[in-house]
Design a protein around this ligand. Structure first.
Ligand SMILES: NC(=O)c1ccc[n+]([C@@H]2O[C@H](COP(=O)([O-])OP(=O)(O)OC[C@H]3O[C@@H](n4cnc5c(N)ncnc54)[C@H](O)[C@@H]3O)[C@@H](O)[C@H]2O)c1
Ligand SMILES: CCCCC/C=C\C=C\[C@H](O)C/C=C\C/C=C\CCCC(=O)O
Length: 261
């Protein structure tokens, strides 16, 4: 299915998983705003994408998603440049147990803020045409890691928030589907943070144990995560879905007990 005429915003889109998703969106003919803190990476990414897809299909907006006003401006700038907004991927995330307050701000608070801003631009509640939001969690929400307690907590939070908002959207007739994606280990620069005391703090001493887990469970290519994202974007039956992607089972969904009143 083509996304011609649709506009997407991807946070943390300059490298890693976000970069792979941006590529897939452009291949499907969407226009894309790459929102990222890293100016060098973002500008390089835009140059490469302009060469591949031609100018005018994507834009780079430098923004720290943990700064609420800057994130609001990034959403507005996307709509000003491309005229509308249909797809929002709240993907930016960090792994920092030393500065764990920042990890909560980036991985959880900014996902909540990004979801609310997306609704302001897409929800029927605000007179808009609807759309779709994907929030990025992690398999760490299902297999908690002693090396990453706060990272694990934020990824649990992303799932709970997303599922609750998906129900709010269907009950409130927002016209916006809200889903969550949980990758296992993915081959991106983030994985290397396990080696660094600056990221891991006192948990760095567990790095060998962490690497054993990677050997045991394997490491996925970012392109497979992008494939999962595209499925969540295209399948209009999905709302409140929790997609997991692992080496052992590939792309699949978590199932929950039905709620009893
Ligand atoms: N790599 C993995 O093994 C893995 C596994 C499960 C989930 N995830 C999640 O996937 C998402 C993407 O991770 P990745 O592996 O691609 O990481 P990455 O470090 O390769 O890329 C993250 C991108 O986000 C940007 N970013 C970081 N902080 C930001 C901020 N405050 N504001 C704006 N942009 C910011 C970075 O500049 C970078 O371009 C994260 O939410 C991460 O938690 C990753
Ligand atoms: C310390 C560096 C961390 C860098 C990346 C951060 C987090 C990534 C977490 C992943 O989501 C992995 C979490 C848990 C376990 C992984 C895979 C489980 C697969 C299970 C299966 O195959 O059935």
């Amino acid at each position: 299915m083509s996304l011609y005429g649709k506009v997407a915003l991807v946070t943390g889109g300059a490298q890693g998983i976000g970069r792979a998703v941006v590529q897939s969106l452009l291949l499907s003919s969407a226009k894309v705003a790459v929102v990222d803190l890293n100016k060098t990476c973002g500008e390089e990414c835009k140059t490469q994408l302009d060469t591949e897809f031609g100018e005018g299909h994507c834009t780079f907006i430098q923004c720290d998603v943990s700064h609420g006003d800057a994130l609001r401006d990034a959403f507005q700038s996307t709509v000003d440049q491309f005229g509308r907004l249909d797809i929002v991927i709240n993907n930016a995330g960090i792994n920092n147990e030393k500065n764990w307050e920042k990890t909560i701000q980036v991985n959880l608070t900014s996902v909540i803020k990004g979801t609310y801003l997306a609704l302001e631009h897409m929800s029927k509640e605000y007179g808009k045409e609807g759309g779709t939001i994907i929030n990025v969690s992690s398999m760490a929400a299902f297999m908690h890691s002693p090396h990453q307690p706060v990272y694990t907590a934020t990824k649990h939070g992303v799932i709970g928030f997303t599922r609750a908002m998906a129900d709010a959207s269907s009950q409130g007739d927002y016209g916006v589907r809200i889903n969550v994606l949980c990758p296992a280990f993915v081959d991106t620069p983030l994985l290397h943070s396990v080696e660094q005391e600056d990221n891991m703090g006192k948990f760095v001493k567990f790095k060998d144990d962490f690497k054993l887990r990677m050997d045991k469970f394997g490491v996925l290519p970012p392109s497979l995560i992008a494939e999962g994202m595209m499925r969540l974007i295209m399948d209009t039956s999905l709302n409140g879905a929790v997609m997991k992607i692992t080496c052992s089972k590939g792309i699949h969904f978590h199932s929950y007990e039905p709620m009893s009143a």
